[in-house]
Design a protein around this ligand. Structure first.
Ligand SMILES: [Fe+2]
Ligand SMILES: [Fe+2]
Length: 207
């Protein structure tokens, strides 16, 4: 089954109401595991709340949250085949930490499978694994929503949720601290984009 192409203008998405969202959900359930689908609903919910609070497009946040992990496969081979098929250029960290590639792969799948061509939405999906310098408001929201969605349970998540409703950038820095601590604990490679994004956010907070 293939869903109808989605209109280009995000402003139209809202007027399409639940039919549009239900089409995406139906297709998404065929693409990812039940647990990941539940997680995606949670990210959409958290992203919607953050968008309302911080003045981003609620429709874009909801859609980006829903499909942000649509290319996250349990199989490394499937992921790498998609990287090749889509012509995604891996950097030296992604060549080792291949799971990071589900960001760009999901963005490309969102374009191809769901017809989403809003660059702001695609960028939020593409960069949700590492963050980056000059993150847009929507990119920040999706990155953080991925961390604080209702299904997440890890030490410090309640404090992070509190912080997210008070100060977006401070919460984002805290989320990146947790990511970096996790990566170091597991002996994985640190992606420099996360370090640069964190430095950028901290630099901004000191201005
Ligand atoms: Fe993800
Ligand atoms: Fe996620």
């Amino acid at each position: 089954m293939c869903i109808k192409p989605i209109p280009r203008t995000p402003e139209v998405w809202g007027s399409l109401g639940e039919t549009f969202v239900e089409d995406i959900k139906e297709r998404l359930q065929q693409m990812i595991s039940a647990d990941r689908y539940t997680h995606s609903l949670g990210v959409a919910e958290a992203a919607t709340g953050l968008a309302q609070l911080y003045g981003a497009s609620v429709e874009k946040a909801r859609i980006a949250g829903l499909v942000h992990d649509c290319g996250k496969s349990e199989s490394k081979n499937i992921l790498l085949n998609r990287v090749l098929e889509f012509g995604i250029v891996m950097d030296e960290i992604e060549q080792v930490e291949t799971h990071l590639l589900h960001g760009p792969v999901s963005a490309e799948l969102a374009r191809r499978e769901f017809g989403i061509d809003d660059e702001e939405v695609l960028s939020a999906i593409r960069h949700h694994t590492t963050g980056r310098v000059w993150m847009s408001l929507l990119e920040k929201i999706v990155y953080l929503a991925d961390y604080i969605e209702p299904g997440r349970c890890f030490p410090g998540v309640d404090e992070l949720r509190e912080l997210a409703w008070q100060d977006l950038d401070t919460a984002l820095i805290r989320a990146m601290d947790l990511t970096l601590a996790h990566v170091i604990r597991r002996g994985l490679l640190i992606h420099p984009q996360t370090v640069k994004a964190r430095n950028w956010l901290i630099g901004n907070s000191k201005k």
